[in-house]
Design a protein around this ligand. Structure first.
Ligand SMILES: [Zn+2]
Length: 218
């Protein structure tokens, strides 16, 4: 697989298996990548010929067993490098993506296993995303987004999308993993959510809330 193919595999995995969806529509992939439908369709055909994805016309794409194994291998590499860059080289969580992206495409299995040993087998990256172990096993993680939480409920952040602008927003508001917040008001008309962290009120859009995952507090 070349780099573009590997990136597709990873994104299809995130939008299906990781999001607990059976299938992803090809136009969702076009939106995600910002490519034309035609170039996405060409890539899907190529991946299908390599038996990495199965494609049902007018429905969408899912990964085959072989495809899942490949995608998990890429995610493992990406997230292990993220842990290395943040923990060992002092990168901020919003700055690791580009380098992790390059390193993941150039790591042999032996290098990754050594890296995993060196880091003492981390289960999650700094964004709270699970790191598959060498057998492909993934620890459980939250798929409940903040956007699904009602007024008056409490929520603990355990995972965020690795998106630079989101991470900068979280930094500015000192929102970190494991933080517990109160949802104080839903402004449906404007698409805004008012949350409270200790005494501080923070206003965010539902779009942002959809990128933050965690658990309802009892
Ligand atoms: Zn990450």
């Amino acid at each position: 697989m070349n780099r573009a193919e590997e990136d597709y595999m990873k994104v299809i995995y995130e939008l299906t298996v990781q999001a607990k969806q059976p299938i992803v529509k090809t136009n969702e992939l076009s939106v995600h990548f910002g490519y034309t439908d035609q170039s996405v369709n060409e890539m899907i055909k190529k991946l299908e010929s390599k038996k990495l994805v199965s494609f049902i016309p007018y429905h969408g794409v899912s990964l085959t067993k072989k495809g899942q194994i490949e995608a998990v291998r890429m995610l493992r590499a990406h997230r292990l490098w993220e842990v290395f860059l943040t923990e060992k080289l002092g990168f901020a969580w919003e700055d690791v993506h580009v380098d992790a992206e390059r390193l993941e495409h150039n790591s042999t299995e032996m290098l990754l296993n050594r890296l995993d040993d060196f880091l003492e087998h981390p289960k999650f990256c700094q964004h709270g995303n699970p790191i598959p172990n060498r057998d492909g096993y993934i620890s459980s993680f939250s798929t409940l987004s903040l956007a699904e939480i009602d007024e008056g409920e409490q929520f603990q952040i355990t995972r965020v999308v690795d998106d630079k602008e989101l991470l900068v927003f979280l930094n500015e508001n000192q929102l970190q993993l494991n933080e517990i917040i109160d949802v104080v008001k839903l402004d449906m008309f404007n698409g805004l959510m008012h949350i409270k962290k200790r005494q501080q009120t923070i206003i965010l859009s539902f779009k942002t809330a959809h990128m933050i995952f965690g658990q309802r507090m009892p």
